[in-house]
Design a protein around this ligand. Structure first.
Ligand SMILES: O=C(O)[C@H](O)[C@@H](O)[C@H](O)[C@@H](O)C(=O)O
Ligand code: MG
Length: 448
């Protein structure tokens, strides 16, 4: 049996990039977002990479995994991933520090370690086989392009803080989007202006509004304004389950033809799980439901499907893993559901991960989430994919198809090292806007 290449080096590199003061139920994004790059080098001279959300727990799990990975053959990928999953679960079972600004869907972050290892190994395996990662997922490549949506946020006034947000100064010849994405946008008009600039720059046909920020009625009015400006667009809103079931029904029941689907309109309440309240919401409104909060492992997924609670599972490869998310795509195709993909702020390695997942997903897919438009320009690879006409397309390279720009990675790593608060905590920036602000999953961020 011929050996496959051996892993000769494993680097775990936390990095930070600039972010805008984007608002959501957890508060306001700080001026930096953090990610982890996992870099594997093998005896054939190939470099495999993966990107993950960054928490101290994920860093700890990955760094402790190094001696278990280096020296192993890439052909043992499944064994290496499942062994790490077992160690990850043990880490999970240990009493976890309650993260500041803790949010129920943060738990999946701890599976990030397993997912990012699998991604880097798939990158190496693809290079060894001279195939794109998409061909190693499920039934292989299904399409050439992946539709992605314009992910819109209300943006707070960064000048009310002393945090190091980018000003986004108008540069001659630069697209207006690069200025607007740093400016306050708290009205329907300003959000529509963001959508117009994003559509002009990236060609989006569909939009998602991050809700859970203003009163539900105001956010529905913003959705109406977006639909009026872009009558052909599929539009959704995601209040991260901060609306009560009754409130969600009242806000959405008359939105047929305006909202194409709703993401996590409600969640656990009064002893009922989010799976149960979403099922009731669907029955009451007839609107399709997407989620990245209540169907985040196979046990939750089974209950969600038995209750007919969801239509669009947002399978994020950063916690399901690339192959886990692709399996959900297979399940969606067989069971009449529609695959979507959740995102957090990310760099261009994650952009490539989303693209390979989308290219290989069987059946119909809904436009994938991506936060890339908020970070585009901060490249950590030499050849980032581009969003054109609202779509992503793979390049011709094997594996993940990315080549790290180690100078840029070094700068982003240094930026991470300068940060005092490294784990995400949206309450910090939010407390500049509302003194003493605390996270409350059932109260919109600015409704205090
Ligand atoms: O503020 C954000 O970037 C979003 O609220 C995310 O934290 C969140 O996970 C979002 O992407 C989602 O779809 O729920
Ligand atoms: Mg969501």
């Amino acid at each position: 049996m011929s050996d496959t290449p051996k892993i000769v080096e494993m680097q775990v590199i936390p990095v930070a990039g600039y972010d805008s003061m984007l608002l959501n139920i957890a508060g306001a994004h700080n001026c930096y977002f953090t990610r982890i790059l996992l870099v594997l080098k093998d005896s054939e001279g190939h470099t495999g990479v993966g990107e993950s959300p960054a928490t101290g727990v994920v860093l700890k799990i990955l760094n402790e995994a190094i001696p278990h990975i280096v020296g192993q053959e890439i052909g043992k990928m499944n064994q290496l991933v499942s062994d790490l999953h077992k160690r990850d679960l043990e880490e999970n079972r240990a009493p976890q520090p309650v993260l500041p600004g803790f949010r129920p869907w943060d738990l999946e972050r701890h599976h990030n370690a397993v997912a990012v290892l699998e991604t880097a190994l798939l990158d190496l395996m693809g290079q060894h086989l001279n195939q794109p990662v998409a061909q190693l997922l499920g039934p292989g490549k299904q399409r050439d392009e992946v539709p992605v949506l314009g992910y819109l946020f209300y943006i707070a006034d960064r000048q009310k803080t002393d945090l190091a947000y980018q000003e986004g100064k108008v540069q001659p010849g630069q697209h207006a989007w690069y200025h607007l994405r740093h400016q306050e946008a708290m009205t329907h008009e300003k959000v529509v202006q963001l959508a117009e600039a994003a559509q002009d720059k990236y060609g989006f046909k569909d939009f998602k509004l991050k809700g859970g920020v203003l009163a539900g009625e105001a956010e529905i009015d913003t959705v109406r304004a977006l639909k009026q400006r872009f009558p052909q667009a599929r539009i959704t809103v995601d209040p991260n389950a901060s609306w009560s079931l009754d409130q969600a029904i009242a806000l959405c029941k008359d939105m047929h033809g305006i909202l194409s689907y709703v993401e996590d309109p409600c969640g656990a309440e009064q002893g009922f799980s989010g799976r149960e309240t979403l099922a009731e919401f669907k029955r009451a409104t007839g609107l399709p439901v997407a989620t990245n909060m209540i169907a985040n492992d196979w046990r939750q997924m089974s209950h969600a499907l038995q209750l007919n609670a969801i239509d669009i599972p947002l399978a994020d490869p950063h916690y399901w893993s690339m192959r886990g998310a692709n399996t959900i795509g297979t399940l969606c195709n067989a069971w009449g559901l529609t695959l979507g993909c959740h995102s957090n702020n990310h760099f261009d390695v994650s952009l490539a991960m989303l693209a390979h997942l989308g290219v290989a997903a069987p059946g119909d897919i809904t436009p994938f989430d991506t936060h890339w438009i908020w970070q585009e320009g901060q490249h950590l690879t030499k050849n980032p994919l581009q969003i054109k006409d609202g779509k992503l397309a793979l390049n011709e390279l094997p594996g993940l198809g990315v080549e790290l720009d180690m100078d840029a990675v070094g700068i982003a790593h240094q930026r991470y090292n300068t940060m005092t608060q490294k784990d995400r905590d949206d309450a910090i920036a939010m407390q500049y806007l509302i003194q003493g602000w605390k996270f409350d999953g059932k109260r919109a961020t600015l409704v205090r």
